[in-house]
Design a protein around this ligand. Structure first.
Ligand SMILES: [Zn+2]
Ligand SMILES: [Zn+2]
Length: 363
């Protein structure tokens, strides 16, 4: 099959047509992919900031049509339209039975229980990096739990972004921070995940949504998604600017959507006493957050972490599609570019330059 393969970090992805995909085994499905969004997590491997064994097939924000169904799969049939989610939960482990699906012990150990990737090229294995859905390709095989059936009329060119950025942002607001109507909110980083946090805060009825980003275009764009105010970090201390906007008191809820420990510290400084900071971005392996302990303790502040927003895709995708259908969730404006898979390196260059919000590749 055709695929955009990462053969060496720092080099362009190679479009090849000789990757071999195994047929789905028991509990797995094959999906003919239609669209896949390019995500910052892909970029970490493309530019080498996260290590990995090469060659690697990236791509994890995707949708398509089920083409083959493995033994024992009861809830999907050939022809079903699906959106993929990169943390399929087993439903039976310590965490899954408590509803902590993104902490699933089985999927944390790898996408497939046997550690395989179902992908080869020239007889040699092609890697997925555990959670990767390998969706920069015409087809993929995934555990059935990673494929969420959606209505046949769901437009995958925009709805594929539910798979990573939107479910992460929505989950962070609804399932991790539990933002209340009327809350004051700050979001640092106004890319795909940050804008999903902004939209979700608007949907649940936040009264002020302050967007923070170095990029002027992104700050301006955030106003159409629900930001009531924006802050340019170049104009001075962000926490000080937040206090000025809110009459001397910090925000109820702050979200870090970049993956920076320094920005997490800015979030903590920008929350009111008793306020909550939620880390949503994925930091570097070596990062740690330092807290002014006495202020944190006596101020009753809270710091929360989450992976994929601590969301359950089987619950979230249907309700996010409903929110989109009734005009509350804007997916059209989040997909700022659509390109064929053959132009994936141009999409990577756009992302590195901070252009647009999301590029969706048709495969
Ligand atoms: Zn992602
Ligand atoms: Zn589990």
């Amino acid at each position: 099959m055709q695929a955009a393969l990462l053969t060496e970090p720092g080099k362009p992805l190679e479009i090849v047509d000789d990757v071999e995909l195994e047929s789905p085994r028991a509990g797995e499905v094959e999906v003919e992919l239609e669209y896949c969004g390019l995500c910052h997590s892909d970029l970490h491997f493309i530019d080498g900031s996260l290590p990995g064994v090469m060659p690697m097939l990236l791509g994890h924000e995707a949708g398509g049509i089920v083409t083959k169904v493995g033994l024992g799969v009861l809830d999907l049939v050939e022809g079903d339209k699906v959106i993929l989610s990169l943390r399929p939960s087993c439903g039976r482990c310590y965490f899954c039975v408590r509803g902590d699906f993104t902490l699933c012990e089985q999927s944390a150990a790898g996408l497939f229980p046997d550690g395989g990737t179902r992908l080869t090229r020239g007889g040699e294995p092609v890697q997925r990096m555990g959670v990767n859905l390998a969706a920069f390709a015409t087809h993929t095989v995934v555990p059935a739990a990673a494929a969420v059936k959606v209505p046949d009329d769901t437009p995958l060119d925009i709805a594929s972004v539910l798979g990573c950025s939107v479910q992460t942002g929505f989950g962070a607001v609804v399932s991790t921070a539990h933002v209340q109507p009327g809350a004051t909110v700050m979001v640092i980083g106004l890319g795909g995940v940050g804008i999903s946090i902004v939209q979700s805060a608007r949907i649940v009825g936040a009264s002020r949504i302050i967007g923070v980003d170095m990029n002027k275009g992104r700050r301006e764009q955030s106003l159409q998604f629900g930001c009531t105010d924006t802050i340019d970090p170049a104009e001075g201390d962000v926490a000080q600017q937040v206090l000025e906007l809110l009459g001397g008191r910090g925000v109820d809820q702050a979200f870090e959507a970049v993956g920076s420990s320094a920005l997490t510290e800015v979030c903590i400084a920008s929350t009111r006493n008793g306020g909550t900071t939620t880390m949503v971005g994925i930091p570097k392996l070596s990062d740690s957050v330092s807290i002014h302990a006495i202020v944190f303790a006596t101020g009753g502040k809270k710091l929360l972490g989450c992976f994929m927003g601590h969301s359950n895709p089987h619950r979230e995708f249907p309700r996010l599609i409903s929110l989109w259908r009734n005009g509350k969730l804007d997916l059209e404006a989040m997909v700022t570019s659509k390109r064929p898979l053959s132009e994936i390196n141009d999409a990577v260059a756009d992302m590195q330059a901070g252009l647009g919000l999301r590029t969706v590749l048709s495969v």
